[in-house]
Write a protein that binds this ligand. Sequence first.
Ligand SMILES: [Zn+2]
Length: 198
Amino acid sequence: MYPKSIKKLVESFKYFPGIGEKTAERLAFSVLSMEKEQVDDLSESLIKAKKNIKRCKKCNNLSEEDICDICTDNGRNTDLLCVVEDPKTVFSIEKIGTYNGYYHVLNGLISSFNGINPEEIRLDKLIERVQNEKFKEVIIAVKQCIEGEMTALYINNILGDMKIKVTRIASGIPMGADMEYVDSLTLEKAFDNRKTIS
Ligand SMILES: [Zn+2]
């Protein structure tokens, strides 16, 4: 039987998705073998990240300020707005480094199955932005799944009347795959081959 503190540490590592008992134990023991400074640094990073990171008031991306670094970057292409379902996708797209427009981060996708309506995922804010800012193209980069289809169609329907081009990144991304797991090359190609929704 482990001492109480180790048991607690193992339980804490199990908060992470995909971490089971064995991995949690391995992580707990590696913490114990670290220098005290490293452990202090680790715990401080966890607390600081949670405390300092909030949602950008404009695009809903993760940010330390009220408005994020991407929204305040004047060097970006003001014609393009990319709609994603979560902040993780912004990081995946930024990692490729070829997309240079702005983002709008939804709070997930429309789901009739789970009763998630357009208002609940910040689509009203998207419409507001398209009305007030001067984008020429809205690129939808959400997961290829039923909810993704519904969300893309919904956006296309409303924005279609607003004289703006609405495109969806190309398939080639596996059905149901989380955007964060799609490799950079596939994602880059999907951007290049984006199509209008019909
Ligand atoms: Zn922002």
